[in-house]
Structures are given as C-alpha cells and as structure tokens.
Design a protein around this ligand. Structure first.
Ligand code: HEC
Length: 147
C-alpha cells in the first residue's frame, strides 16, 4: 500500500511543480507569502492601542530574515515562461541594476525597522513600518504584474 501511495503522488506531479523538489518560482512565492503575512501581522499589531511586543518582535525578525534572502529568490531563468505561473516581470532579469537598487532600499528599510524596534519606541516602529511598506510598493509597481 505504501508503494502505491508513492506512485500516486509521483503521478500527480506536473513539470515544474513538486512537493519534494520545489522550483525556484515556488520557493520565491513561498518566501514572499511569508513576508506578506509577517508584514500584515506587524501592521495589525501596530494598529492596536497596546501592541504585544513579542508579536512585533517576531514579525520584524521574520521580515529581516526574508529581506536578507529576497535577492536570491530571483535566480536567472526563474522568470516568466511557458507553463510558469509567476507575476515576476521579465524586466527583473534585463534591468537587474534597478531591481537590485529597489531591493537594497527594502533591505535598508527592514534594518531601520529592526533598529527602531530595538529602541522600544513604538512610534518610531510605526513610522518605519510605513517606510518599509513604501519600498515593497515601489518594487511591485515596477517589477510585479498586477492581477
Ligand atoms: C525588489 C522587489 C520586491 C520587493 C522589495 C518586495 N517584493 Fe513582493 N514581490 C515582488 C515580485 C517580483 C513578486 C512576484 C513574484 C512571483 O509571482 O513570482 C512579488 C510578490 C509578492 C507577494 C505574492 C506572493 C505569492 O505568490 O502569493 C507578496 C504577498 C509580496 N510580494 C509581499 C511583499 C511585501 C509585504 C514586501 C515588503 C515588506 C515585498 N513584497 C517586497 C517583488 C518585490
């Protein structure tokens, strides 16, 4: 029975999509989903009159970890192509210097957010969260296909 299960799982796999061996596009989108969730959690928490510091800290740490990785989520050859479901524009790979600059702005804002959180000043954290959000938006406007 166990062998049959494996066969069924293998049979269900389509090219470019697999549970055991995710493609670069799947890795990128999983990472970006995590980043999106962390940023939403951060903003939800900061909207509260008495944000829970542990929630803020956790979200800021997740964002920082993702920010350190984002550049690597766009390796050559992971752009749009036949059968590839991605919102990444091909310009990421033809206009890499601009993409890298927007990514550097994002990484810097993520570092500033962590520094603000380190001071314990929630007002500063709120300000930096807005600055960070603007850096997400700047890259999405230029390099992400709208739905
Ligand atoms: C330097 C460019 C860049 C930065 C900075 C950036 N993104 Fe993105 N993001 C993209 C691109 C390109 C895609 C589309 C990826 C794809 O479809 O393969 C994307 C996709 C996403 C997705 C959809 C993931 C999915 O497939 O479901 C979310 C959510 C997201 N980004 C959130 C964020 C948040 C939140 C920030 C900032 C805290 C951010 N991004 C910063 C370029 C960027």
């Amino acid at each position: 029975m166990a062998g049959l299960g494996v066969l069924i799982v293998l049979g269900a796999a389509t090219p470019g999509r697999s549970q055991d061996n995710p493609s670069p596009v799947e890795m990128r989108q999983a990472g970006l989903k995590e980043l999106g969730t962390a940023f939403k959690n951060l903003n939800d928490e900061l909207k509260k009159p008495e944000p829970l510091r542990v929630m803020v800290k956790y979200a800021v740490a997740t964002i920082g970890r993702d920010a350190a990785q984002l550049g690597g989520w766009f390796p050559p050859g992971s752009g749009p192509g036949p059968g590839v479901k991605t919102h990444a524009k091909p310009e990421i790979w033809t206009n890499r210097a601009v993409f890298d600059t927007l990514n550097a702005n994002f990484r810097k804002a993520s570092g500033d957010l962590a520094a603000a959180n380190g001071t314990g000043d929630l007002g500063a954290v709120r300000t930096q969260a807005k600055t960070l959000g603007a850096t997400c938006k700047a890259c999405h406007e230029k390099f992400r296909v709208e739905d």
